[in-house]
Design a protein around this ligand. Sequence first.
Ligand code: ADP
Ligand code: ZN
Length: 725
Amino acid sequence: MSRQMNRVRCLVLNAALGPLDYKVPEGMTVELGQVVECPLGPRTVVGIVWEAERLPGTDVPAEKLRGLRGLYPIPPLPEPLRRLIEWTADYYVASLASVARMALSSGGALKGPASITEYRLTGGMPERMTPQRLAAMEALEGEQATIRELSGIAGVSEGVLRGLVNQGVLEPVEVDCDRPYEEARPDYAQVELSDQQHEAAEIFSAAVREKKFAPFLLDGVTGSGKTETYFEPVAEALRMGRQVLVLLPEIALTENFLHRFEERFGVQPVLWHSSLKSTERRRAWRAVASGDAQVVVGARSALFLPFAKLGLIVVDEAHETSFKQEDGVRYNARDVAVMRAHFEGFPIILASATPALESLQMAESGIYSKVDLPSRFGGAQLPDIDTIDLKEEKPPHGMWLAQRLVDGIAERLERGEQSLLFLNRRGYAPLTLCRNCGFRYQCPNCSAWLVEHRFTRRLACHHCGHEAPSPAQCKECGEPDCLVACGPGVERIADEVAERLPEARVFVATSDTLNSPGRAAEFIAAVEAKEIDVIVGTQLVTKGFHFPELTLVGVVDADLGLEGGDLRAGERTYQQVAQVAGRAGRGSKPGEVLIQTRHPEASVIAALAAGDRDAFYSAETEMRRDAGAPPFGRWASIIVSSEDEAEAREAARRIGDTRPDVPDCMILGPAPAPMAQLRGRYRYRLLMNARRSVQLQDVIRNWLSRIDHPPGVRVAVDVDPYSFV
Ligand code: ADP
Ligand code: ZN
């Protein structure tokens, strides 16, 4: 490794090119993985030294090679991370550069040590107050950030803020970008584990000490204390001076998590997610690369960070579909995390109360070790689950809650306990139409109906974000006040509760209302202070929360997830309902769950009501085996899109016409995707279903590389797809 390299092959990041060869200039020493400045045409771009030798048949004579321009002052990407990048690109049929970009995910970090100027309020007043200045000063209370970031926070122009700086209302503060994080203390507050938890924690900690690849499935019912249990191996890794990565599915989870982490380790962990400020991002990235960041808690993008000495990964709520990235490189962070542990040689814990069938299958076949926590901590009982057959117990006309469910809420109200109603639909109603002419409001960019949001008086598309004010009259026939809402969303359910139980204090908990860590914290505090009686929420509230006074959970429409009917619909419904049911009765009071359905006989619903998880999983496993679906067979989809309908159709046809004939591999389509238009692009898809023995990625690469398309056409490959729209 210490051999001096004279020419190197570099992965150039900001270009759609394969690796390029460069000369190492006299006096420069590079290592594999080093991040370097590469000349490309008239520009200089970021590259990573990927190989020492050129591959045969590509020799550009040495005198024709251009020289590297310089080195970035950061540690080289370690060898196992480079292997992970290669594996990911290969497995998900993505370019190396697009995967490597996820590892170098902070442009600022490349520049080396630095300080920046941030600004904060001084408490002074401007000579002349304007509405804009006043609004800015209110919004910036307690904030400190760069002018540009403050302008985003306050919603005023940078010019307004510069004016305030000149007036002495804002003052500059020099900030060291790399100031160290406080040290986490593995023994800050040890908790007393139950025997069951202790046994599990010991298995994990021993594996951390072993420093070898060891994948675990931590299968514990809701409320069993999975977090407390996996905090022990986290502490063990810290004692050994190794880093830990905890992946969480959604950022809304972290408020609750951060609090528990701080209670256990005395400090906040290092956070990583998409809405970090660029300075925070840079600071975290550099601390990860230097080894100073001890525990990183992050969303899936944290997976490719260049840890110096990672010793453990925990994937919490590992069954969550949000670990699957649905654009760019379509990878599944849960699966790639296991590969990372494999390449680097350390244990990984996948924690869940409702593991993915794929993970259970891996445990079954002995590849993962399964560790169980079969009972709730502190003797709390799992809730009683019952179904309400909506065909028998019909809600009143124009309403959505059966009387038995409303009575259940009323009982809780009387006892001063809380209820949660779960419906995975934001907004007031999923469809809005004109009573007079039947006109339906559709998104101009997507094959989707617009969803009415009464709080904000807007119609919104949940796919592309398109928004318009709710019209006072029909767009089509001009009739005033004629819009009718069809079907319920959470806002409508909240209205219904308010109408039928006027004394109840109702809160709608969705990504619209809990859209920042601060809002989420306020919500938790309000529930804990019993200022809320009934929570009406989407899947955002199905996990992570621990409210001891919450004793009733109502599932408003358990059939919703089963519509559309992709092969994972049953599993997803099971997981979602089991998770939300797990919010009930977590304290000393017993919990009850009422599931509203039109199909109480469906195997998912029956298994939920009977609390018979094994029955559900084995039925589901057989169904997947018969269908050749994962984990028994494999799927991949190819999505062809363009802003031009004819162009998309033609490109899809050409791909379809050149389909390879491969044994044990079926190729369906092309057909218009169920979401035939998305964000203004027309979409066609092909679906492949193959036996595990087929080298599916090679087949796809060979096939697609033979066809050229007009520049407006995008061809996306999705290996092990979760989304079938
Ligand atoms: P899960 O993630 O398995 O649903 P949690 O980790 O959220 O369960 O634990 C449920 C509740 O029980 C939490 O409030 C947690 O603090 C508490 N708990 C679990 N184990 C212990 C323990 N050993 N000592 C004290 N409290 C515990
Ligand atoms: Zn849209």
